[in-house]
Write a protein that binds this ligand. Structure first.
Ligand code: VG1
Ligand code: CO
Length: 543
């Protein structure tokens, strides 16, 4: 029996960079999740007998929303729902399951790298039939629907047992609880030379993987320890916890400091270190004694991808988000393939991947992926690195040094000012926008501005235009700074300042990043007046 529940719109359900994210208590209010899910079901494309995938990163509130979503999907005419056992599917695994089982889409329940627990964050993102995050045309329609919704539908049914693999029926809809790891692990085994990696492991290749008590634990145990033969204990913090053990599941040098310290210890470090985030789509790569920035990782993976079976035929193109360093551009140039610069957020890569224009994509925020799914993929990046290490017999440090010697080095950092009052952050961006016309030709210390603009993107496939994607200031000589506001936070505003300086081959390739960026940091301060606007003398997080 279908039930119709009257409701009123909420005015704060506009999806951000990666879906709708709010505090758990906000999400748990009466009708809040229901309104959003119903708005999705009301507007998205789905034919008859549609299949919906539902997966989450296992954080607090995941199971409750899954049960609600199942009852609502049944009332909204879905024929089948696929759910990862325990309510778990990493974001890349969800993308793969949507594609493999030809679902019309999926609900990905995650707030990614944001902390979890009753007082922390929750999120819902809708992915379309290609397995990728809904493009702006769809998120815009969902948002518009949230502003006029007046009812949501469900069926009167008991909770489904999410912990036992098997099939149940809710209303007239089939509910299949599936192994969340198997399909994904099989896909990885198709893409990479597992035999070569196994051989390297048997020959002494060691690693440490920090799953950060988040969703990748079960995937990493199966792939790294069971299938590739790394020693038990290689995967650390491998049991997903609803509150991620009280930590931020954000694989950067601040929140994965324990791993970083291990990798910098000349006595104790294994050859290779990696970590992933709450929902498994980000990666952190650290070789023994050598941290690899995500922007460099994208470039190095692109330059060496042909060593893995799936990419042996070469790459069609590379795409990177605009704040990501231009290191990958130099690789694309050497490979004689196109490079595309998109706004921040994986949804902008979907069309390029679907059209076969690019094979590898990446973001400076530790997201890298390829056309095997339509999300960034943390373990995929780890496995491609392992495949490259196994094929070359080189260390991470050696690969990095050789890369810079050939292409030059893009020194890079991102400074985040978190929890800034929204009004102040908006004022900073508004003032900056208004000053853009005056900047070209102006000098800040040794740097002279060559160009300054607000970024707008025209999708080369469908021609759609996305405006106000950040502000970019380019200096003569190739250095630059980008300013934008985060679209994933749940408290106040986060100002992100992205800093980049290019040093050509033959130049200073082994200097300290803060030294190399000092002039650009000073220029960014002078241009945006960060201290005057925010009262902050220094960023909260530097990555
Ligand atoms: C951040 C990153 C962006 C990433 C997004 C989602 O967005 O900067 O590169 O795509 O998070 O990542 P923002 O708007 O806060 O800068 V995650 O791992 O949700 O899925
Ligand atoms: Co994530």
């Amino acid at each position: 029996m279908i039930r119709s529940h009257p409701t009123k719109p909420f005015d704060d359900q506009k999806p951000g960079t990666s879906g709708l994210r709010k505090k758990v208590r906000h999400f748990a209010r009466a009708n809040y999740a229901e309104n959003f899910i119903q708005s999705v079901f009301d507007v998205v494309d789905r034919g008859d007998n549609a299949t919906l995938v539902i997966g989450g990163d296992g954080r607090y509130h995941n199971r409750a929303v899954i049960q609600t979503a199942i009852r609502m999907a049944a009332a909204n005419g879905y024929a089948r729902v696929l759910i990862g056992q325990g309510g778990i599917l990493s974001t890349p695994a969800a993308s793969h399951v949507i594609r493999k089982y030809r679902a019309s889409g999926g609900l990905v329940l995650s707030a990614s790298h944001n902390p979890g627990g009753p007082d922390e964050d929750f999120g819902i993102k809708y992915n379309i039939a290609n397995g990728g995050p809904a493009p702006e045309s769809v998120t815009g329609a969902i948002h518009a629907r949230t502003l006029e919704i007046d009812r949501w539908l469900d069926v009167d049914a008991a909770d489904v047992d999410l912990d036992t693999i098997g099939t149940a029926t809710v209303g007239e809809m089939a509910v299949e609880v599936i192994d969340p790891v198997a399909d994904y692990a099989d896909l990885m085994e198709e893409l990479f030379d597992f035999a070569a990696i196994r051989k390297a492991v048997a020959g002494g290749l060691t690693m440490a993987f920090d799953a950060m008590h988040a969703v990748t634990g079960p995937y990493a145990h199966e792939i790294l320890e069971n299938r590739l033969g790394f020693a038990a204990g290689t995967v650390r913090n491998g049991t997903p916890l609803e509150d991620f053990g009280g930590h931020h599941p954000d694989p950067n040098l601040v929140h994965a400091k324990v791993l970083y310290d291990l990798m910098m210890d000349p006595e104790l470090a294994p050859a290779f270190g990696a970590a992933s985030d709450g929902d498994g789509d980000r990666n952190l790569i650290i070789g023994k004694g050598r941290f690899i920035t995500p922007s460099d990782s994208l470039a190095m993976l692109a330059a060496n991808a042909h060593l893995a079976p799936a990419y042996a035929g070469g790459l069609k193109g590379i795409a990177r988000s605009m704040p990501t360093s231009a290191a990958a551009d130099r690789v694309a140039e050497a490979l004689d393939i196109p490079v595309f610069e998109t706004p921040t957020g994986w949804k902008f890569f979907g069309n390029l991947l679907d059209a076969g224009m690019v094979t590898i994509c990446g973001e400076e925020s530790a997201g890298t992926g390829s056309d095997h799914v339509r999300e960034k993929d943390g373990l995929w990046a780890v496995l491609l690195w392992l495949n490259i290490l196994a094929a070359t017999g080189k260390s991470v440090d050696q690969i990095a040094r050789e890369h810079w010697a050939r292409f030059g080095r893009n020194y890079y950092a991102r400074h985040d000012y978190e929890g800034v009052e929204s009004d102040r952050a908006d004022a900073l961006m508004a003032e900056l926008s208004a000053s853009l016309g005056d900047l070209p030709g102006k000098s800040f210390g040794p740097l002279t501005v060559a160009q300054a603009d607000s970024i707008s993107y025209c999708d080369p496939v469908d021609g759609s235009v996305s405006e106000n994607q950040g502000i970019r200031v380019l200096f003569e000589g190739g250095s630059r700074v980008v300013f934008r506001l985060s679209g994933t936070g749940t408290q106040g505003a986060t100002i992100r300042v992205y800093l980049e300086r290019y040093e050509p081959a033959g130049g200073r390739l082994d200097a300290d990043t803060p030294d190399m960026l000092a002039d650009i940091i000073a220029a960014a301060q002078a241009i945006a007046g960060i201290k005057a606007h925010t009262g902050r003398a220094a960023p909260d997080v530097v990555t």
